[in-house]
Design a binder for this molecule. Structure first.
Ligand code: ATP
Ligand code: MG
Length: 797
């Protein structure tokens, strides 16, 4: 190589080195969180390139998110320099499969312009089929059907193979099989793949066309998979196909892909690709999507002779954080015990806080973020996690009011908006005219007077003539519809035709990079879509216009990054945006995300909010086999994201699932040694002292001095909830609460006080009454804080 390998190995511990330098057919790296799995994978790639053992194009690395892929590419680039990292496939399973399918789709009846249906698209299609089959009567809701089809696809089962094993004397099963088969036919007709198909159909392709599989077996000599514990059966099978020996003798053509193979050895000497997988079975959190821990636990059986490397030193977190993580996860049975350790020292204790409500909880988070910022921690180094998306609302409210810059990780939200879906449907109608759903979606958006009757007539005409819906639309004058409708159809047809000409150049010609953004603008303007929004008096339509502007900006940005990118590339990128991928740059803001999204990430300071029963573990997990164990792993994932500071927050009462409930501290808190957590305000503060609990709750009833919280509106919020919560009291006794009762400490503006943690400060104002009396204090060192007078660790000086 250009530079000695030892530079690449610098700072690595011995097992990490081994993981980077081992050469053989199969390598499994199993290790706990933060032990350098992803780093080692990255260096391994760099080492292969560095030593000229592989060309970039011979490497396929699979990460869990597009964002992780981008980071890994950057780091490899950083390690090996220049353009060596180009031509490497570093991507998610889905992106890699899209690339393969775009090249090979014509092999089995698709075109390269196929559409990718996200879960909303496939739900819409399934909804229509459920209605057609009158399946509701058999308890087959669209959601249930979609879930079952997805699960089957992840197991590589199709309608036919499922029918063979199902109990077909059950009418519900028969109808399900019919819907599944119809669904698959509709996708094929629309030249579309749903998300699960991207993987399953690639496996099918490889199995049905060995010469196609061989193309990729020759090409990818080194396959590396991160987060292997979360692969499902279809993903496992895909990797398995790629790591098989060639099925045909060397010397055959390279297939249609025309890929250059570097220095391909003769057939009998070309070994199967080498496979490296890294994972942590304690972090498997996608069983509900078919992830199978056995893929990792049985790796040695599937790849005999595989080398196994264990990493145990954690480089991310302080010992206190690790001890908490170890303590919690050791409660899962059926796992190999491994203990993470670190040499960075104990660090600060974990901080616990129980708010009266989720607003109170959010205020604490905001205040702590503020203090951390003042202490020099960058906003981008802080993250707030929650179990369910709905929990973000209370946090956002307070963050906005406190002018805290934050960013919600979950880029898909933008693409789920109706106006964005409409705009994308226009693009799809151009790129893939066979996609009936897309064309039908825009048929009457904006209103063109094309109603259900006309739509059905066009669909029937298409079916009778054996042509696509789009072609039927173009020829619909034969249907004899009224002149107004005909004019509407003609207008839509003309707009689509004009945009096609703009975005889809004649073969051989290259469209200008701006074609997608310009074509999008043509579609939105000439279809009348923008005019309709502008003419509207609905204030929401103003926001819709802004969102569409944003989409055009995304298209422009895409053109800058991909000068040769086509409309199809653009649609692919948009379709594969996942929860962890941002639209915007998150630098300079606090990141908010679900615990699932947090996987693989790390932050200096982490807040895990809503650490309550029914949230984490989530109540839907209770009935699932293995559910509580998976929730514990999810919690473990959250805890192990933190480098320096970790906070657990709870709310005594929480408005969720449509009602206000009294929350119980999560069982996971009990599993953590008490001395690791410093409770600023524990469940015990509010509950363990006899009678205080009911008083605290009474204080928040209507007229009880807890105005504006909205709790008074719940009918469930009554006396009956109070005395039953004995377990919260029992629980509270286990947590050494910082028992504090300032009673009726008489504070007034101007008083000086001392706080255990914040030091000295001056009272600016007092608001509220009783248990909710709040002192607004300006501390000399940490600035403004709001304190609950009754329980805050303060004294007058
Ligand atoms: P997770 O299980 O959360 O995915 P991981 O095992 O992939 O974690 P990494 O993200 O690769 O762990 O590494 C965790 C942190 O430790 C990173 O900040 C990384 O840079 C650092 N790190 C890894 N190995 C070393 C090392 N030998 N010396 C110093 N820092 C290291
Ligand atoms: Mg990792």
């Amino acid at each position: 190589g250009d530079r000695p390998d030892n530079e690449l190995l610098e700072g690595l511990n011995p097992p990490q080195r081994e993981a980077v330098t081992y050469r053989g057919p199969a390598l499994l790296i199993v290790a706990g969180a933060g032990s350098g799995k992803t780093s080692v994978l990255t260096r391994r790639i760099a080492s292969l390139l560095w030593n000229r053992e592989a060309w970039p194009s011979q490497i396929l690395a699979i990460t869990f998110t597009n964002k992780a892929a981008g980071e890994m590419r950057e780091r490899v680039q950083h390690l090996v320099g220049d353009n060596a990292a180009q031509g490497m496939w570093i991507s998610t399973f889905h992106s890699a499969c899209v690339r393969i399918l775009r090249r090979e789709a014509q092999q089995f009846g698709f075109t390269k312009a196929f559409t990718i249906y996200d879960s909303g698209d496939s739900r819409a299609l399934i909804k229509r089929l459920v209605k057609e089959h009158e399946a509701d009567a058999f308890g087959l809701t669209p959601a249930a059907v979609q879930g079952k089809i997805s699960k089957l696809k992840n197991e590589l089962a199709d309608a036919e193979s499922y029918a063979r094993s199902a109990n077909m004397s059950d009418p519900a099963e028969r109808i399900f099989v019919d819907i599944f088969a119809d669904y698959q036919r509709a996708l094929q007709r629309a030249n579309a793949f749903d998300f699960d198909d991207l993987i399953a159909q690639t496996v099918y392709l490889f199995r049905a066309f060995p010469h196609v599989a061989d193309v990729y077996r020759r090409r990818f000599r080194h396959i590396l998979v991160d987060e292997y514990q979360d692969t499902n059966h279809a993903q496992y099978a895909l990797i398995h196909e790629l790591t098989q020996p060639l099925s045909e003798p060397e010397g055959e053509s390279y297939g249609d892909s025309g890929m250059m193979i570097f220095d391909a050895p003769a057939a009998d000497t070309l070994p199967a690709a080498s496979l490296t997988v890294v994972g942590d079975s304690d972090q498997s959190i996608y069983a509900f999507r078919g992830a199978d821990i056995r893929n990792i636990t049985e790796f040695e059986r599937d790849y005999p002779g595989a080398k196994v490397v264990l990493l145990e030193q954690n480089y991310r977190s302080t010992q206190n954080i690790l001890s908490a993580a170890n303590a919690v996860i050791s409660n899962n049975f059926d796992r190999k015990d491994k203990k993470l350790w670190t040499d960075v020292g104990a660090g600060e204790r974990i901080v616990g806080f129980t708010g009266y409500s989720q607003h109170d909880e959010a205020q604490f988070v905001a205040d702590e973020i503020d203090s951390l910022r003042r202490a020099g921690v960058d906003y981008s180094q802080m993250a707030v996690f929650y179990r369910t998306n709905s929990q973000s609302r209370a946090l956002e409210e307070i963050f906005i009011r406190s002018a805290l810059p934050y960013k919600i990780m979950g880029g898909t939200k933008f693409y789920e908006r109706a106006e964005i879906k409409d705009a994308l449907a226009y693009l799809v109608a151009v790129a893939n005219p066979a996609d009936e759903m897309a064309v039908r979606r825009i048929l009457n958006r904006p209103r063109r007077g094309i109603g259900d009757v006309t739509e059905t007539a066009i669909a029937r005409y298409a079916a009778d003539e054996g042509i696509t819906f789009r072609d039927a639309l173009a020829n619909s004058s034969v249907l004899g519809v009224g002149p107004k409708i005909q004019a509407g159809i003609a207008q839509l047809d003309a707009v689509l035709a004009e945009a096609s000409e703009h975005m889809l150049p004649a073969s051989g010609e290259l469209a200008p990079p701006t074609a997608v953004a310009e074509g999008l603008q043509i579609l939105l303007q000439k279809s009348g879509y923008l005019d309709a929004l502008r003419a509207s008096k609905d204030p929401q339509d103003e926001a819709r216009l802004e969102n569409l502007d944003e989409l055009v900006a995304v298209a422009r940005e895409f053109a800058r990054n991909n000068p040769e990118g086509t409309i199809i590339d653009f649609l692919t990128e948009v379709a594969l945006v996942s929860d962890a991928d941002d639209l915007e740059d998150a630098s300079g803001s606090v990141s908010l995300m679900t615990l699932h999204t947090a996987k693989g990430l790390e932050y200096d300071a982490v807040f895990i909010t809503g650490v309550e029963e029914d949230l984490i573990p989530h109540r839907i997990s209770a009935g699932e086999p293995g559910g509580p164990q998976e929730e514990r792993r999810l919690f473990y994932v959250g805890v192990t994201r933190a480098r320096q500071r970790l906070f657990f927050t709870l709310a005594m009462t929480r408005a969720q699932f449509g009602e206000v409930t009294v929350a119980m501290p999560s069982r996971f808190l009990q599993e953590i040694p008490a001395d690791l957590i410093d409770w600023r305000q524990s469940p015990g503060d509010v509950n363990s002292r006899g009678g205080t609990q009911s008083r605290a709750l009474n204080a928040r009833r209507p007229g009880g001095g807890f105005g504006g919280s909205g709790f008074g509106t719940s009918r469930r919020y009554g006396e009956d909830l109070v005395p039953k919560s004995t377990s919260i009291e029992r629980f509270a006794n286990r947590i050494p609460a910082k028992v504090r009762d300032n009673g009726d400490l008489a504070l007034k503006p101007g008083d000086r006080i001392r706080h255990d943690d914040f030091g000295e400060g001056r009272v600016d104002a007092i608001t509220g009454e009783g248990a909710k009396r709040v002192a607004h204090v300006r501390f000399d060192k940490v600035g403004a804080k709001k304190l609950l007078v009754k329980i805050a660790p303060i004294e007058k000086i």
